[in-house]
Design a protein around this ligand. Structure first.
Ligand code: ATP
Ligand code: MG
Length: 431
């Protein structure tokens, strides 16, 4: 036998029946986006590397050590598999002047790539749902985006506060961050001896990210560090208050977390994360915030924007941990094929049933023709279908088919072929 080829480490096949849970979640997401007026955008998985370097910031984890970057040997282009999709959406927005007629509410679903150490809830190819509202400056859209998440959690059977909690912060504006940064560097320099290597390296390049450290030894220092919230001016505070007022009115509990800084450089004002205790150190399910300067930074006419991204794998793990059970899809009908001679008439009938919206699984012929009735009924039972349609030659000769309930709903009976469509109607009406 030829040698097997395995999938790339950290990149997973999503197989049935598990893929049904993915479809279930994606259906919920699409319905959510429709309710809030967000339109689908699909951008390439490969983008020019400078898009991420300029968009995310040179000294972020993603750009420093997680990107799949390569040179296209055909033409020397520097390319990367997208590690996230906000930069790509902004690039497309600028490239196609999407904000020409005003703001745009967009969403995407798709794979992202980061060269991380694979573990539960952390993969090298993973999938995100993202929502981006571009061209809107007000706190109303920040609040809307957070409410959307809350609505999605509810749709997925997750309990707010119990399965998933909201953390909120404001990163203010650039001048406010600069004043805070100076105070923070002075403070951290005074504690330089106690910092770890990573923190010392970031002290002058990206000190804000030190606050996000996962090193327990650094917690006391980080806890007592100057807080950005104390450096915010009136306008920034007002923006935060407006978001909070909506969340309070909607009864969405949250914690103000002054150390929430997020991993990308492009954020300002509102930032938030939805976190869970149920997934260990992969506890962030969804993160987002405002990025009012990114569009300009990527060559567009200055315009504000805000958005979030959530990890589908983590969300599905959380749904499972929380005990929510997505429905398993089953066919309505299993078609039993006693005799290969019946095939043309049978398949034409099934075609009409399916056109009417009924889902039908047909038992396949083998090399020897039709399988035994026993093995066909075993498959029919295992399929979870509510009914079997048995296309026996003698029944067909009389223009009939046998209808057998498989889930204990009444007796087997004969159905005239001419009534199959009407029967499909009642079946679908009852579902
Ligand atoms: P973390 O701190 O866990 O590394 P992050 O801050 O890098 O997360 P974001 O860049 O904000 O994550 O991405 C948004 C969401 O995408 C995360 O909250 C998470 O649910 C998911 N995510 C990020 N990286 C991965 C990964 N390697 N594998 C699976 N999901 C991921
Ligand atoms: Mg990360």
């Amino acid at each position: 036998m030829a040698e097997q080829i395995k999938a790339v480490k950290g990149m997973n096949d999503i197989l049935p029946p598990d893929s049904a849970r993915w479809e279930w979640l994606e259906d919920k997401v699409r319905a959510l986006m429709r309710r809030y007026g967000y339109q689908n955008i699909r951008t390439p998985i490969v983008e020019p590397t400078p898009l991420f370097v300029r968009g995310l910031g040179e000294v972020t984890d993603i750009v420093e050590k997680e990107m799949y970057s390569f040179v296209d040997s055909m033409n020397g282009d520097a390319l990367s598999l997208r590690p996230e999709n906000t930069a790509g959406v902004v690039r497309a927005t600028v490239e196609h002047s999407l904000l020409y007629e005003g703001g745009k509410r967009l969403f995407y679903i798709g794979p992202m790539f980061r060269h991380e150490r694979p573990q539960k809830g952390r993969y090298r190819q993973f999938h995100q749902v993202g929502a981006e509202a571009l061209g809107f400056a007000g706190p109303d859209v920040d609040a809307e985006l957070i409410l959307m998440c809350a609505s999605l959690w509810e749709d997925l059977g997750l309990k707010l506060g119990e399965d998933v909690r909201l953390e909120l912060n404001s990163l203010g504006q650039i001048e406010e961050r600069q004043a805070h940064r100076a105070a923070l560097i002075a403070y951290l320099e005074a504690h330089a001896d106690a910092l770890d290597e990573d923190a010392r390296r970031r002290l002058h390049s990206n000190p804000l990210r030190i606050l996000d450290t996962k090193n327990p030894a650094l917690q006391p220092i980080v806890e007592a560090a100057p807080k950005l919230l104390d450096f915010l001016g009136e306008a920034s505070l007002k923006h935060l208050e407006a978001v909070r007022a909506v969340l309070d009115a909607a009864g969405i509990a949250y914690r103000i977390n002054p150390r929430l800084v997020r991993g990308m450089d492009y954020y300002n004002l509102t930032v938030f994360e939805w976190v869970t205790e149920r997934l260990g150190s992969q506890g962030t399910v969804c993160g987002g915030g405002r990025y009012d300067t990114l569009i300009e930074q990527l060559g567009g006419k200055p315009a504000p924007a805000v958005g979030w991204g959530l990890g589908i794998e983590r969300l599905l793990l959380l749904v499972e941990e929380a005990g929510a059970r997505p429905p398993v899809p089953v066919p309505d009908v299993y078609a039993v094929v006693p005799d290969a001679a019946a095939l043309p008439q049978l398949m034409v009938t099934l075609q009409a049933l399916r056109a009417a919206g009924v889902s039908v699984l047909q038992h396949p012929l083998g090399k020897e023709g039709a399988a035994s009735m026993k093995s066909q009924f075993k498959k029919a039972d295992g399929s979870g279908a509510r009914y079997a349609l048995v296309f026996g030659a003698s029944e067909l000769a009389q223009g009939q088919v046998a209808l057998k309930p498989l889930r204990g709903e009444g007796e087997q009976r004969l159905l005239p072929l001419g009534e199959v469509a009407a029967w499909a109607g009642t079946l679908l009406g009852a579902a």
